[in-house]
Design a protein around this ligand. Structure first.
Ligand SMILES: Cc1cc2nc3c(=O)[nH]c(=O)nc-3n(C[C@H](O)[C@H](O)[C@H](O)COP(=O)(O)OP(=O)(O)OC[C@H]3O[C@@H](n4cnc5c(N)ncnc54)[C@H](O)[C@@H]3O)c2cc1C
Length: 289
């Protein structure tokens, strides 16, 4: 597999990258780590005249905590930088654990959290846990920016609301007072495999009472999805084994998986039942977010 010819632009700022994207049009794309873009260009599933790299843009890599905003993750932070971030290890260990279970060390060293989101692949691992934690994203152009809840970004497999000249610059996880969170990736191998089912839970417990909960599923619908039916079932209830089993069943009944090489629709639905129950239990027992 050889790469076709293309023009390469190394933008020094978000403004420059946005202007290039606007002027070069739909035959140009951003490249961050390149783990998806390069593979698709080699395979011939993505034909582009120009690539615009943003890896030289400063200030898009940091992971910081801001008292008002919450945890702010730069879109260019790699999976390994997310995994090893002291801020995330203290505030949202579940996000670090998610990064740890992604791909392999080489990919984790160059693949970025922004690329994982912008790609809009339904099985992408960061999406369910960030949605469960209520993350918001910022999209920036040379003339302004807009923010939205991450869950509103996706419209279909590899499709999102991003405009041609927009750049995803940061992911913000606001303080929501969760007592525990967890992401379970169920793949066909222990590592290096895409999720067949991904379940993420963020919960606020008071003793055994579920005060609040957010649940997001990956790889079982055209986009990552919340399951409000399960959240409503659990909110304000004392947690019991029977309630968690019911939660799994309701989640399975409310997702829309497809048959593919990694699992049938029925298999995925059953795995949603099992892993919703288990991930809820882990988040409830976690004692940390
Ligand atoms: C061997 C292998 C294993 C993998 N395993 C996993 C896995 O276990 N879990 C998983 O979720 N993924 C996995 N992936 C997919 C991939 O590594 C991730 O999706 C990665 O996070 C993509 O980031 P990137 O920086 O390499 O994106 P790129 O390839 O550079 O870009 C991907 C897309 O996002 C756009 N983009 C990138 N950054 C931005 C930005 N800041 N703003 C707007 N658009 C942007 C690009 O234009 C492109 O359309 C794997 C890939 C490989 C090759």
């Amino acid at each position: 597999m050889y790469l076709p010819d293309f023009d390469y632009h190394a933008a020094a700022s978000v403004e420059e990258a946005s202007n290039l994207l606007g002027s070069l049009g739909t035959e140009a794309k951003l490249i961050a780590g390149g783990t998806d873009v390069m593979r698709m260009m080699k395979e011939g599933t993505l034909a582009l005249k120009s690539l615009i790299s943003i890896t030289r843009v400063k200030d898009l890599k940091s992971i910081t905590h801001d008292q008002e905003k919450g945890v702010v993750i730069g879109a260019l932070a790699t999976h390994n930088e997310v995994m090893l971030s002291p801020v995330l290890q203290e505030k949202y260990m579940s996000v670090c654990e998610t990064a740890h279970h992604m791909a392999n060390n080489q990919i984790r060293n160059i693949g970025t959290i922004g690329g994982n989101i912008a790609n809009a692949v339904p099985s992408a691992d960061f999406l369910p846990i960030l949605i469960a934690l209520g993350a918001e994203i910022t999209l920036q152009t040379s003339s302004g920016s807009r923010s939205m809840p991450l869950e509103d970004f996706f419209v279909g497999p590899r499709q999102s609301v991003i405009k041609q000249d927009e750049i995803l610059t940061e992911i913000i996880i606001p303080e929501k007072g969760f007592s525990g969170s967890n992401y379970h990736k169920f793949g066909l191998r222990r590592s290096g495999a895409l999720a067949v089912v991904g379940v993420a839970v963020a919960v606020t417990m008071e003793d055994n009472l579920c005060k609040d909960v957010r649940i997001a599923l990956g790889a079982v619908a055209p986009t990552p999805v919340r399951v409000p039916e399960v959240e409503e079932l659990l909110r304000g209830r004392e947690i019991s084994a029977a309630l968690l089993e019911e939660a799994g069943q309701v989640a399975a009944a409310n997702c829309r998986p497809i048959d593919d090489i990694r699992g049938s629709k029925e298999y995925r639905q059953d795995m949603v039942r099992v892993f919703t129950r288990r991930t809820l239990r882990k988040a409830i027992d976690a004692g940390h977010v």
